[in-house]
Design a binder for this molecule. Structure first.
Ligand code: S3P
Length: 432
């Protein structure tokens, strides 16, 4: 696709949006199902490029994954020790989750595996996973002093040892890599988090019968004999995808949307807390449980927003939503101050820099800080050509900004396929 032109919305956003499956849960569903003893039927799987990367890697490791439909898979479990040496290099594409979690799963195996990925993934820091896995006894060789792709995992002939690892950054990917390695290690494996990050790995391990304990910010497990697969796994809708509509409806006058099937796991709902603080009008309806995860529908109506302040303690609960919160903040009265968000510099792109560069082109008044942003709300917006940096969340934020502001032309818009392939169709349906 060439550039994508998004004009100002012709009408308020009204109606329903069914939110596609959660990316984090989709990855984990395939990974863990392959380690069980019995088949797992996965529904509402997210059919996106990142999740396809995980399926591709798992298949290369011998997992049998039948694609029944776009959103429905059958994974035959080969048991905890059923993965096989891959005949090819494993390609994680753009997906940090695929790479980091699979490093944890492969570090204990008695075969060689080699990882690659796309240009963005080659820039991202992997030392944060290699270091704790190395302390457990794994041998991992990467470029740039073992911090970057390409990465090779070499068997040592010895079992990994459980460790207690105090994480310097709050990262669900690092936590998950260590816990997955712990499934194969001698003794107890414990991770200590500085702030709570998404707990989908812990919840799913529980659903697979693994005894995993959490006390304060310490999460521990010991290697089980086997994983008892649940038979059915229903992936909840992704609140990180719902976030675009939560903000769009909040800032486009007269809008009212019903977002159906949104995962509201409390380790992911920082966006709801922050938007509420900003004066958003949201009602949580029909709360229920789906596949061990809390799910609800969310009604959101246009509201006059005001600025807010938030920092490190809440960041892991909304780490992927900061760019869209910045969009909301541009429409709010007053300043929004975000601190403790340095992790955004090592996402699919440096998102703090990308927000400052591109949102400013559209008329935003934003100051970039080393670990955050100050967004002065209420500036008048104009149309401009902006770059997505091939970052899916940047592309979707630019689209919402153009829709609610004065239009936008997005360069490299296709990357929405990484997490929300039907995003532009939904946007066209709702706004034009
Ligand atoms: C994810 C964790 C987060 C998030 C990413 C998905 C996961 O990364 O940004 O999109 O599925 O565990 P970090 O844990 O590195 O912050």
């Amino acid at each position: 696709m060439g550039n994508k032109v998004i004009n100002k919305a012709l009408k308020p956003l009204r109606g329903e949006v069914v939110i596609p499956g959660d990316k984090s849960v989709s990855h984990r569903s395939v990974m863990l199902s392959a380690l069980g003893d019995t088949p797992v039927h996965i529904t509402n799987f997210l059919p996106s490029a990142d999740c396809r990367s995980t399926v591709g890697v798992m298949k290369a490791l011998g997992a049998k994954v039948d694609i029944i439909s776009d959103t429905e898979l059958m994974v035959e479990g080969h048991g905890l020790h059923g993965l096989q040496e891959p005949a090819t290099v494993l390609d994680a594409g753009n997906s940090g989750t695929t790479l980091r979690l699979m490093m944890g799963m492969l570090a204990p195996q008695d075969f060689v595996s080699v990882f690659t990925g796309d240009a963005s993934l080659h820039k991202r820091p992997m030392g944060r996973v290699i270091k704790p896995l190395g302390q457990m006894g794994a041998q991992i060789v990467g470029r740039a002093e073992n911090t970057k792709l390409p990465i090779t995992i070499v068997p040592t002939g010895k079992k990994l040892q459980g460790i207690t690892y105090v994480m310097p950054v709050a990262s669900a990917q690092v936590k998950s890599a260590i816990l997955l390695a712990g499934l194969f290690a001698d003794g107890e494996t414990t991770v200590v988090e500085p702030y709570p990050s998404r707990n989908h790995t812990e919840l799913m391990l529980k659903a697979f019968g693994v005894g995993i304990s959490k006390r304060d910010n310490r999460i521990s497990l010991t290697a089980p004999d086997r994983l008892t697969a649940p038979g059915e796994l229903v992936v909840p809708g992704d609140i990180s995808s719902a976030a675009f509509w939560l903000v769009a409806a909040s800032i486009i006058p007269d809008s009212e949307l019903l977002l159906k099937n949104v995962g509201i796991n409390e380790t992911r709902t920082g966006i709801i807390d922050v938007l509420r603080d900003m004066g958003a009008d949201m009602t949580i309806l029909n709360e229920r449980e789906s596949g061990g995860e809390p799910v609800a529908d969310i009604r959101v109506k246009y509201a006059k927003l005001h600025g807010t302040h938030f920092g490190a303690d809440i960041i892991p609960r909304l780490v992927d939503e900061i760019p869209i919160i910045a969009v909301a903040a541009m429409f709010a009265q007053g300043d929004t101050v975000i601190t403790g968000a340095g992790e955004l510099r090592v996402k699919e792109t440096d998102r703090l820099e990308a927000i400052c560069q591109q949102f400013t082109k559209l008329g935003g008044n934003i100051e970039g800080k080393e670990d955050g942003l100050i967004i002065h709300g209420g500036s008048s917006l104009k149309k401009a050509e902006c770059f997505s940096y091939d970052d899916h969340r940047m592309a979707m934020c630019l689209a919402i900004l153009g829709l609610a502001g004065a239009g936008v032309e997005i360069q490299s818009p296709d990357c929405v396929d990484i997490s929300y392939p039907s995003f532009y169709e939904e946007l066209d349906r709702l706004a034009f």
